[in-house]
Design a protein around this ligand. Sequence first.
Ligand code: CA
Length: 263
Amino acid sequence: MPPPAPPAPPAPPAPPAAEEPPRRAVLVIEDEPDLALTLVYNLKKAGYEAWAEGTGAGGLARAQERSPDLVLLDLMLPDTTGFEVCRALKADPRTAGAPVLMLTARGEELDRVQGFEVGAEDYVLKPFSVRELLLRIKVILRRAAQAEGAPAPSDEVRLGALALNLASHQAWVEGEEVALTLLELKLLATLVARRGKTQSRAALLADVWGYGAGVTAELETRTVDTHIKRLREKLGAAGDLIETIRGVGYRCRRAPDELPGGV
Ligand code: CA
């Protein structure tokens, strides 16, 4: 009998898991099983963690349990609509921060505006190419990461009834916390940082949404209007900090005791 082979050298230790960037997680709420499977398969292939749920109730439960980084949300679900699910996601502090990308059938243009009103980040029309969808997801997650990591001269800003913590992504009005989406926070933070100066819709689209400079198509500028409207509603007593400058864009008021140009 030949002597036993010497034991193989021990494998090099695996790098500690902490050095790996956490994988981004995407929750798919879609009742067409083939589409849901295709999406989960492609998301995983692209390096995301991904799960699918076929109902609104199942999707909400999973979102609360797993806190996904992004939600792909079908508009027509067997038990409810995507609008209702989006509204519920945005009302819950555990899930309010996850951008929602709505999946909708063609010919539902009006729904697009309604979707923004309930807090959806963006829309994708069915049928879509998976490649294009993955690109959109990448852009949205990058934008969210920038909002998280954006350097701020001061993390705490107080303006009238409004208090803003840019590091913890929290906003308060008269001491009550307001649930804002990352996009709404970025929009608000941008207006507040430039208070006293009028911002055109094109400038906001470029700096908040990351669109190329000079985008002035009506649909895009309406995106800004819908988000401002919703932001004002959420801010309640502090909503009038954001002034409409007719024909130009928006401007955040300075505090009464603030000197012009003193930011
Ligand atoms: Ca459906």
